[in-house]
Design a protein around this ligand. Structure first.
Ligand code: MLT
Ligand code: MN
Ligand code: ZN
Length: 306
């Protein structure tokens, strides 16, 4: 399978439009060596030239489609290589791009959990809006560990894992949370037997999450924040990474420690990187520490072939 990282940034992207933190100001004026990033999305297809699955529909999806020729195969007057969309949560950075796909000529197949579908019919009524355009062909993602396939991309098998996280702020069940507010997905190439585990939002590496990571040839996991109090220290938020549903990379029990426990051959990739994260600075000691640990930082346009 071929995984294309369409957007490697977290909500807001990098640089964020209204932010003048060291990274954002530095990438704008050239004083920080870093690459701009659009918001969180992957395109996965069984092989080059095949139609594939859009994992998360970022508000930057139109820019992402324009910069990735594979997404527009131009076989007919109206065409797309996006056969279906899978959502891992109902957050703005993952769901609002659905609205940008409204010119589609048939209902858009969208796979998400029932908890996310409920949010997209209420707090952020994207599904209701889309019904006035191409329409939505909704499918519930099973949370019982059952594998499922998308009819249009039969060579990929998917398996969802509910993960600890947060419902979106506008979710009617934000406070209590619901199973399936956040999922990780194992994507398997049925013919080759290779697999990737994708989880851009992970508050905790529970035993089932670690098992899924351990069993994959590549992991693309939450690289949002370097420290739990990153936004607080910068004076940008009152919330810790945990409060936002993200496990920090550094420190005891952080993502770097978990990644060190994976088999040596596993490709370790960080995704959904927030604009404040020092790993975006390619000359930073934090980035050097990742390189030392064999951990890659996803960039827009990066391809992983498994
Ligand atoms: C998150 O994952 O925490 C979101 O990216 C936050 C946001 O989009 O505002
Ligand atoms: Mn996000
Ligand atoms: Zn910033």
């Amino acid at each position: 399978m071929r995984i294309t990282v369409l957007g490697s940034g977290a909500g807001g992207g990098f640089p964020q439009w209204n932010c003048n933190c060291r990274n954002c100001a530095g990438v704008r004026d050239g004083s920080v060596r870093a690459k701009p990033r659009t918001q969180s999305s992957l395109f996965v297809r069984p092989h080059e030239g095949a139609d594939g699955v859009l994992f998360n529909a970022s508000p930057d999806v139109l820019e992402q489609v324009r910069s990735c020729a594979a997404l527009q195969p131009a076989r007919r007057l109206r065409d797309t290589a996006i056969a279906a969309v899978v959502l891992v949560d109902g957050q703005v950075d993952h769901a609002t791009g659905l609205l940008m796909l409204r010119e589609r000529t048939s209902p858009l197949p969208v796979w998400c959990t029932e908890a996310v579908a409920a949010d997209l019919d209420s707090g952020l009524p994207v599904f209701g809006v889309l019904r006035h355009y191409c329409g939505v062909d909704p499918h519930a993602i099973p949370l019982d560990g059952a594998s499922f396939t998308l009819p249009a991309v039969p060579d990929l098998t998917l398996r969802a894992l509910p993960v600890a996280g947060k419902a979106a702020p506008y979710s009617p069940h934000r406070r209590e949370g619901a199973p399936g507010d956040n999922i990780g997905v194992t994507i398997t190439d049925r013919r080759r037997g290779t697999s990737a585990f994708y989880a851009p939002g992970l508050m905790e590496v529970s035993p089932p999450v670690f098992d899924a990571m351990h069993g994959a040839d590549a992991v693309l996991v939450d690289g949002t924040f370097w420290t739990d109090d990153e936004m607080i220290r910068l004076g940008l938020s009152r919330h810790r990474a945990r409060d936002m549903g993200h496990l920090a990379l550094s420190g005891r029990g952080g993502m770097i420690e978990w990644l060190a426990r994976l088999p040596p051959r596993t490709r370790r990739c960080l995704i959904h990187v927030n604009n404040t994260n020092p790993i975006l600075d390619e000359d930073s000691p934090e980035r050097a520490a990742l390189a030392q640990a064999g951990i890659e930082v996803c960039e827009d346009g990066m391809e992983i072939v498994l």
